[in-house]
Design a protein. Structure first.
Lengths: 244, 426
């Protein structure tokens, strides 16, 4: 008998990393262990952050995790280390209506600078503080600015981890631009996504994708295969099995 | 079959087995630097590419991206690429040009034989014009079977076998070693590699390798679980070998694993880069020997369904025959794909060069800064030396003046008077 999970979180989190309907072996029953996507002060069996864990007992927004098991992209005292799963429905997302870039960063100044540079080239682009399913649907290339440093292919950043929403972007077959980082959770830079070290790299990559979208088909196809490793129904089924 | 070199590896073993299944097959070695070649390998005639110039073949089969260039250097009625993996994925980001070259084989006007279903699905998606058959991999059932040696599952430390070449980044061997070391329960660790002499950073680890199939079967049987945390695989056959011996596996969800590993039935799937989760999974098996035994039974059940080496070779021969008998590949469609993909390679190459220039520019700036600092430091040293020389001159002048004063009659008289003064101590 496999445990049934209750996946909780805000609408944005559930649309990217939740589970729509109970599937065999895993999902949402009223009495099963709870998994909360994103920080919370409410009781939960597992708290799953899309960011590094800022420290035992604390959450990025100042909340308290309490005794819950914490899964995050980095940090100390973790129960598990992983990005958010990719919601199954994202794998079926239709192509965007038009070529457009989405620049995601919680830093408005940095986001604005990248958007300005894209606009200066006449490239269609939008910005967001955090990735949402609606923004993802409208984009053909998504830049998760994350914690980009001055990393190079020869000397990747030592501490940075892939942003937790990266699998969702690959599942939707959007071209992913992500910071060059050491911990990639199975993503392969150059093969299933493009890794950048500076914001100028982001602008150049976005320009290439928006100008020649059909040439990036292999990257998108391999990206979708990588995202399969993070498919929500599979990941939650394994988690439910362990929490049983 | 075009083969880059005749080394010992799982890939070469497969090529030899499949070549034997083809009537009248030859192995043509494409690496011009290859040393002395045997007249045959496992009964299959071997020759160099240069020596195949006058031959006419029914089918030419590339077996690695670097051999694909030779497809048009031999005379053949049909051309096929045998995909044992999507080889561009073997190259880290910094191996920029090799990655593009490896990807190029997917755009050639050829037929494809894939070794796993996921590769066929990828080819069908990227090249709907091309034909792609699946041959799969088989297991030598006479070698890999239960009770081939070793000991029964113990109640002592969990005996963990890590398989993979440590020097290959995508095999995740160091991740696996770290996970075993992070376990709370007692464990015994063995790493088996194709070349154990190239295994940096594994001090204190029991390391073995270069084993033939019977020795591998015996090694599996000496362990409770196989741990394989690869990031890139075509199929990853070693867990299937272990299954045949009754040993379950803990694996990352690399491409191909889904063709045999059923989580909770014959093994466990753990996440990439999830050290705590992997250590916890191993600890769970160490504590719950009944579950471990159940996974072992599941492994044997999967093995019973898995095709034999002969069956897979036969499938390969059938796939080649069907592609050879079918219509010629659509060269126009292939060229269209190649052109489209080349646009990306061009754009990304341009960007790669820009990034390298930016890095070089940054390094040049750093070099200039250090050169300026060195010049300033040298100037300062010169200035200090000049002052030292000046101080030396002053010291010598003072010394001369002192000696002159000492030579005066008045000084000598004063010195003598001091000597005569009572209590002077002299």
């Amino acid at each position: 008998m496999t445990a049934r999970l209750r996946i909780l979180g805000d609408e944005r989190a559930l649309e990217l990393a939740g589970l729509a309907a109970p599937a065999q072996g895993a999902p949402g029953g009223p009495d099963g262990p709870t998994v909360h996507l994103g920080p919370t002060t409410e009781p939960a069996d597992v708290i799953w952050l899309s960011t590094p864990h800022p420290g035992e007992g604390r959450t990025p927004d100042g909340g308290v995790t309490g005794p819950a098991r914490v899964i995050a992209t980095g940090g100390r005292g973790l129960w598990g280390r992983a990005p958010w799963p990719a919601r199954d429905e994202l794998f079926e997302l239709p192509p965007p209506p038009a070529a457009r870039a989405l620049v995601v960063s919680a830093d408005p100044e940095r986001r604005g600078q990248v958007l300005e540079k894209l606009a200066a080239r006449g490239l269609p682009a939008a910005g967001a503080t955090a990735l949402s399913a609606a923004d993802l649907a409208a984009a053909s290339v998504v830049a998760l600015l994350g914690d980009a440093g001055a990393a190079t292919p020869e000397a990747p950043a030592a501490a940075a981890a892939m942003p937790g929403e990266a699998p969702a972007v690959l599942a939707a077959r959007r071209v992913l631009l992500a910071p060059r980082c050491q911990t990639t959770f199975g993503l392969l830079p150059g093969t299933d996504h493009l890794a950048f070290g500076t914001d100028d790299d982001v602008v150049q990559y976005a320009d290439a994708v928006l100008t020649h979208p059909e040439s990036f088909a292999p990257l998108q196809a391999l990206g979708a295969r990588t995202a399969e490793r993070h498919r929500a129904s599979l990941v939650y089924a394994r988690l439910a099995d362990e929490l049983e | 079959m075009l083969i880059h070199e005749l080394g010992r590896s799982g890939g070469v073993d497969t090529i030899l087995r499949y070549a034997r299944a083809l009537e009248g097959a030859e192995l043509v070695v494409t690496d011009p630097r290859a040393g002395a070649l045997p007249p045959d390998a496992g009964g299959v005639p071997v020759r160099r590419l240069a020596d195949a110039a006058g031959e006419r073949y029914d089918v030419a089969i590339a077996t690695w991206w670097a051999t694909a260039v030779a497809l048009w250097e031999v005379s053949a009625a049909r051309r096929i690429v045998f995909l044992q993996s999507i080889e561009s994925r073997f190259y880290e980001e910094r191996w920029f040009y090799e990655r593009f070259a490896a990807e190029q084989v997917l755009a050639l006007p050829v037929g494809f034989v894939a070794s796993a279903n996921w590769m066929r699905e990828l080819v069908v998606e990227l090249r709907p014009d091309a034909r792609c058959e699946v041959a799969g991999y088989g297991i030598d059932k006479a070698v890999f079977e239960p009770g081939t040696g070793g000991s029964a599952p113990s109640g002592g430390p969990l005996r963990v076998l890590v398989e993979g070449q440590p020097s290959l980044w995508f095999k995740g061997v160091h991740d696996a070693v770290a996970a075993v070391r992070a376990m709370g329960e007692p464990a015994e660790l063995t790493v088996v590699a194709s070349d154990p002499t190239a295994a940096p950073g594994l001090d204190g680890v029991r390391l073995t390798g270069g084993l033939d199939p019977p020795a591998m079967a015996a090694l599996y049987a000496e362990h409770d679980v196989l741990l394989k945390l690869s990031r890139v695989e075509g199929l990853g056959l070693t867990p299937v070998e272990a299954f045949h011996v009754g040993v379950p596996a803990v694996v990352t969800p690399y491409t191909g694993h889904e063709e045999y590993l059923k989580h909770g039935r014959n093994g466990l799937v753990v996440g990439y880069d999830d050290l705590p989760g992997t250590a916890r999974a191993l600890d769970g098996l160490a504590r719950d020997r009944e579950r471990l035994a159940a996974l072992g039974r599941g492994a044997l059940a999967t093995a019973a369904e898995w095709p034999s080496a002969e069956h897979a070779a036969s499938r390969f021969a059938t796939a080649v025959a069907e592609l050879a008998a079918g219509p010629e590949p659509d060269a126009h469609a292939a060229m269209a794909h190649l052109q489209r993909w080349q646009t990306r390679w061009l754009e990304l190459t341009r960007e790669h060069v820009r990034q390298e220039r930016a890095i070089t520019g940054g390094l040049r700036g750093a070099v200039t800064w250090h050169e300026d600092a060195l010049t300033q430091a040298r100037d300062h040293v010169d200035e200090l030396n000049e002052r030292l020389r000046e101080a030396d001159r002053l010291a010598r002048d003072l010394h001369g003046q002192i000696e002159s004063i000492k030579a005066t009659r008045a000084y000598r008289a004063a010195a003598a008077a001091r000597r005569l003064k009572p209590g002077s101590g002299e």
